[in-house]
Design a protein around this ligand. Structure first.
Ligand code: TPP
Length: 459
C-alpha cells in the first residue's frame, strides 16, 4: 500500500511541534536500527536539516541528492516511507541507502561516497538542454568531501555555468575523525564562528565600563586578525572557485536553517554552498560521545573473531619484527587496522576516501623501499581499478592488497556487495589472488604474501 508523504504535514507545524517531531524521529530511527542494524549517528545529525529542507524546498519538484546516502533515513521517513521504514535493511524491505527503484523521491542511488555533485551537475546539464528550470541540491558530509569525485566536480561548477546548491554537513568526522587539509580548514571556520558568538555575548556585558572598553578594543583587533586569516583562507577556497559561500550555520537550529535555505534558494547567480555545523549522534548522549562506534549498528552476535580483526592482529604481530606501511581509505575501524594502529600508530596511514590515489601511492611507497599493504573494502576498491592496472600491475610493483567484505555483505545491500573482485582482478596480469578458507588461512596468507614480497626483488 502506498503511504502518503509526510513532508506536507511538517509545513503546518510550529517550532515547538517540530522539536517534538524531531525527538520522535530520533527515537524511531534508534529503535529501528537497534532491531534491524543500520547507520545511527550520521542520521541523528541530519534530523533538523531534513525537516527544514523539506519546508523550504519541494522534494516533488526539486532534485535533492544525498551523498553516500547513509544519512538519508529522515528523507525516507518524510517521503512516503514512515511505516515501511520498520523493514529497513531487511530482505525486500527499505534500503539503507537512496535507491531509484524504491521511490521517485530518491533521485539518485548511492552507497559509495562522493557521487552527489557529479549527479547533481548531470541532472542540471540535462534539464538545461531541455529548457527546464529546477533547483538541484547536493548534500554531502566533510568525510565525503575528501573524495576525488567531489573535488573534481567542485572544480567544474563555475566553468559550466552551474547554479547547483550544495549543503555541506560538517561534523568533523568521517567514520573516524576526518583527515586532510580541507577538514582542518573547515574546522577553523567552525571555531572562529564560536569565537564570534562568544565575543558578541561578551561585548554586551563589557560596554558599560572603561576597562571593558579597552578589552573590547583588544578583542576587536584579535577578531580582525582571526577574520583575516580564517576567512581569507577558507571562504577563499569556495569563492575562488566561483561558489558563493553561506555559513557556517548551526545545523540543529531549524529556524536558522530555514533562513539560510531561503538564501540559497533565492541565489541565482551561480553555484552556492551552505556550510552547516552538525553534531554526529546529535540528541542521544551515548552516540554524541562515541560517534564512531555508533556510525553503524550491527546486531550480529558472533562468537567468532572477524576476518578484519584477524588482519589487524596478524599485521600487529608482523609489525613487531618488520617495517611496513598499511594504507586505509577512511576505514580504520571497519578493516581492523585500528588493532594495528593501537600499538603501532605510525604504521597506519589514513588518506581519506581516496581509493584510486591510495593504490597509486602504495606503488610508489613500495618503490621507495618500504613494504606496503593496502586494506580497502572489495566494493570500494572498484573505484581504484585503473590504478591497480596502470600503477601497480603493469609496473609489476609488489604490493599486498587486502580486500575486506568480499562476497555478499548482507544488510548494506548491492552497493556494498564485494562480488566482482575475483572477476575484475583475474583480467589483470601480474596479480596473484588468494581466497582464505578460514581465519588461520587468512593469517598464513598475509604472512606468506608479505614474505614473498620481501623476497621479491623489484625489477
Ligand atoms: C567510496 C567509499 N569509500 C568508503 C565508504 C565508507 N563510508 C561510508 S560513510 C563514510 C564516512 C562519510 O563521512 P561524512 O560524509 O562526513 O558523513 P557522516 O557519516 O560523518 O555524516 C565512509 C568512509 C563509502 N561509502 N564509499
Amino acid at each position: 500500500m502506498k503511504e502518503k508523504p509526510l513532508y506536507y504535514a511538517i509545513r503546518k507545524m510550529n517550532y515547538e511541534q517540530l522539536d517534538r517531531f524531531a525527538n520522535q524521529i530520533r527515537k524511531y530511527i534508534y529503535e529501528t536500527v537497534k532491531k534491524n542494524t543500520g547507520h545511527l549517528s550520521s542520521n541523528l545529525g541530519t534530523v533538523e536539516l531534513t525537516l527544514a529542507l523539506y519546508r523550504i524546498f519541494d522534494p516533488e519538484k526539486d532534485i535533492i541528492i544525498w551523498d553516500t546516502s547513509h544519512q538519508a533515513y529522515i528523507h525516507k521517513l518524510l517521503t512516503g516511507r514512515w511505516h515501511s521504514f520498520s523493514t529497513l535493511r531487511q530482505r525486500n524491505g527499505i534500503s539503507g541507502f537512496t535507491n531509484i527503484f524504491e521511490s521517485k523521491y530518491d533521485y539518485f542511488g548511492a552507497g559509495h561516497a562522493g557521487t552527489s555533485i557529479a549527479a547533481a551537475l548531470g541532472y542540471e546539464l540535462g534539464y538545461k538542454k531541455q529548457n527546464v528550470d529546477k533547483n538541484v541540491i547536493a548534500i554531502f558530509g566533510d568525510g565525503a568531501m575528501t573524495s576525488g569525485m567531489i573535488l573534481e566536480s567542485l572544480n567544474q561548477l563555475k566553468s559550466v555555468d552551474s547554479k547547483i546548491k550544495i549543503i555541506l554537513l560538517n561534523n568533523e568526522m568521517s567514520i573516524s575523525p576526518n583527515v586532510g587539509a580541507l577538514a582542518k580548514m573547515l574546522n577553523k571556520i567552525r571555531i572562529s564562528n564560536d569565537y564570534f558568538s562568544f565575543k558578541e555575548k561578551l561585548k554586551g556585558s563589557l560596554e558599560s565600563t572603561d576597562v571593558g572598553q579597552d578589552i573590547e578594543t583588544a578583542l576587536k583587533k584579535l577578531k580582525d586578525g582571526i577574520k583575516h586569516t580564517v576567512y581569507n583562507n577558507t571562504l577563499g577556497v569556495f569563492e575562488d572557485m566561483g561558489i558563493k559561500y553561506y555559513g557556517p550555520v548551526d545545523g540543529h537550529n531549524i529556524k536558522e536553517l530555514e533562513k539560510y535555505l531561503e538564501f540559497i534558494k533565492n541565489y541565482k547567480d551561480g553555484p552556492c554552498i551552505l556550510h552547516l555545523k552538525t553534531i554526529k549522534g546529535k540528541g542521544m548522549e551515548f552516540a554524541e560521545k562515541n560517534p564512531t562506534k555508533f556510525h553503524g549498528i550491527s546486531n550480529k552476535k558472533s562468537t567468532s573473531i572477524s576476518y578484519s580483526k584477524i588482519v589487524g592482529h596478524t599485521l600487529k604481530h608482523i609489525a613487531s619484527k618488520h617495517n611496513f606501511i598499511a594504507y586505509t581509505a577512511a576505514m580504520e575501524e571497519g578493516t581492523g587496522l585500528n588493532v594495528l594502529k593501537e600499538k603501532y600508530p605510525e604504521k597506519v596511514i589514513d588518506l581519506g576516501i581516496t581509493e584510486p590515489s591510495i593504490v597509486t601511492a602504495s606503488g610508489a611507497t613500495r618503490l621507495s623501499g618500504i613494504f606496503t599493504v593496502v586494506d580497502i573494502y572489495s566494493s570500494f576498491m572498484q573505484r581504484a581499478y585503473d590504478s591497480i592496472i596502470h600503477d601497480i600491475a603493469l609496473q609489476k610493483i609488489p604490493v599486498l592488497f587486502l580486500l575486506d567484505r568480499a562476497g555478499i555483505v548482507g544488510e548494506d545491500g548491492p552497493t556494498h556487495h564485494g562480488v566482482f573482485d575475483i572477476s575484475y582482478l583475474r583480467l589483470i596480469p601480474n596479480i596473484d589472488i588468494l581466497t582464505p578458507l578460514n581465519a588461520q588461512d587468512l593469517a598464513n596468507m598475509i604472512f606468506t604474501s608479505l614474505k614473498k614480497i620481501w623476497i621479491n626483488q623489484l625489477l
